[in-house]
Design a protein around this ligand. Structure first.
Ligand code: XLS
Ligand code: CA
Ligand code: CA
Length: 438
């Protein structure tokens, strides 16, 4: 076992009055909320990349600020092993039941494609053993098709089909690994599936390429019997200026076009919602409305700077609303709450990784309790149901059921020949109600 977190014991639940910064104050994994334990509801996952791979680099520094011991090991496979030791020690001490990774997070790229595949397979065996020893499970696997320079103009949307093929190799191998490790989902985030400028871009070709790629991935998923869904993670920009998977509604249209809406769902990230000009709950509700809700990355952005800052969640009312809509939609099935979050580059101590995750887990647990209270109270749901009550009655049902034509509906207005008064939307009352639970 690694000694990186020496002196830090397993994190325990100590309750609201605890002053211990290395204890949970709200996340009591065995507490039952609406018939399921908190652990079953929230399905927390730690991400490998920000937590163990990122070295604290930014474009203005000479080097990363973290100087983690495994970043200093020159043999890349030895470094990968040391990183895996630390990662599983962290997962176990934190008590998060799941983790997520990209292929290149856990194993280094080799000198040739074959060497890369071998490195990855060796590390997947290591992960399998560690999962067995610790009981930690894989929430989702994914392939990094955005960091290597070959992907500078996209992966599946690249102008060069040989680069499309390189991406296909990575996705195939990462799907095989996800299956082997019992992963509950497989994620695809198209960071460079977009473009910088239309002046050098054939958009129609790129969209067709992306549709074909996803169709091939779905076929392969069935071929190998990967049971969980493929999840697309929408994001409007960064690194590409225009990203094709802009938001959940755009992804849904794309899935419909290629007939993939039954096999593919979405992984929604809080900050990607912000970047696309939506609220997190808007994205969640859009996914439920189209029956493509999969999983979430519960990390926020920064409202002032507008970048993808990937910070741990700390806003209680915002997180509570997100959790409320998730519960209203039926909660997670294969998905869970992943923290695609990184500590700030000035948070250089090993213990800072615990503070970030404990805070994120406690805010999410508190949000779950607020959502439970709102659901038990029922006033919010009733107010919304009352607002739409007409659609449940005879006339509304006839319209929705396709029983009436436009001219028949128009005739009804003339027959009644009376004006209809608007009803208040009661926004302030509902906002006040929410705050009473927070
Ligand atoms: C980047 C994305 C990425 C995905 C996985 O902005 O959030 O981390 O979650 O590739
Ligand atoms: Ca992000
Ligand atoms: Ca993410």
């Amino acid at each position: 076992m690694s000694s990186y977190f020496e002196g830090i014991d397993k994190i325990k639940f100590e309750g609201e009055n605890s002053e211990n910064p290395l204890a949970f104050r709200y996340y009591d994994k065995n507490r039952v909320v609406l018939g399921k334990t908190m652990e079953e509801h929230l399905r927390f996952a730690v991400c490998y990349w920000h937590t163990f791979c990122w070295n604290g680099f930014d474009p203005f520094g000479y080097d990363g600020t973290f100087q983690r011991p495994w970043h200093k090991i020159s043999n890349p496979m030895e470094a990968a092993m040391a990183k895996a030791d630390v990662a599983f020690d962290f997962f176990s001490k934190l008590g998060a039941p799941f983790y997520c990774f990209h292929d290149r997070d856990v194993a280094p790229e080799g000198a040739t494609p074959r060497e890369s595949v071998e490195n990855f397979k060796r590390m997947v065996d290591v992960l399998a053993k560690k999962q067995e020893e610790t009981g930690i499970k894989l929430l989702w696997g994914t392939a990094n098709m955005f960091s290597h320079r070959r992907f500078m103009s996209g992966a599946s949307t690249n102008p060069d089909p040989e680069i499309f093929a390189m991406a296909a190799l990575q996705v195939k191998e990462a799907m095989d690994a996800t299956k082997k490790l019992g992963g509950a989902n497989y994620v695809m985030w198209g960071g460079r599936e977009g473009y910088e400028t239309l002046i050098n871009t054939n958009m129609k070709s790129e969209l067709e390429q992306m549709g074909r790629f996803l169709t091939m991935a779905v076929e392969y998923k069935h071929k190998i019997g990967l049971s969980g869904p493929i999840l697309i993670e929408p994001k409007p920009r960064e690194p590409s200026k225009h990203q094709y998977d802009f938001d959940t509604a755009t992804v849904y249209g794309f899935l419909k076009k290629y007939g993939l809406e039954k096999d593919v769902k979405v992984n929604i990230e809080a900050n990607h919602a912000t970047l696309s000009g939506h609220t997190f709950e808007h994205e969640i509700e859009t996914a439920f409305a189209h029956d493509i809700f999969g999983s979430i990355d519960m990390n926020r952005g920064d409202y002032q700077c507008g970048w993808d800052t990937d910070q741990f969640p700390n806003n209680i009312p915002d997180t509570a609303l997100a959790m409320y809509y998730i519960l209203q939609g039926g909660g997670f099935t294969t998905g869970g709450v992943n923290f695609d979050a990184k500590v700030r580059r000035q948070s250089t101590d090993p213990v800072d990784l615990f503070h970030g995750h404990i805070g994120g887990m406690d805010v999410s647990a508190r949000a779950l309790l607020i959502a439970e209270a709102m659901i038990k109270d029922g006033r919010h749901a009733k107010a919304v149901a009352d607002r739409y009550a007409g659609w449940k009655q005879e006339f509304g049902q006839q319209v929705l059921g396709g029983k009436l034509s436009l001219d028949q509906v128009a005739q009804r207005v003339l027959d009644r020949n009376t004006d209809v008064l608007p009803q208040s939307g009661r926004q302030e009352y509902l906002e006040n109600l929410l705050n009473r639970f927070c």
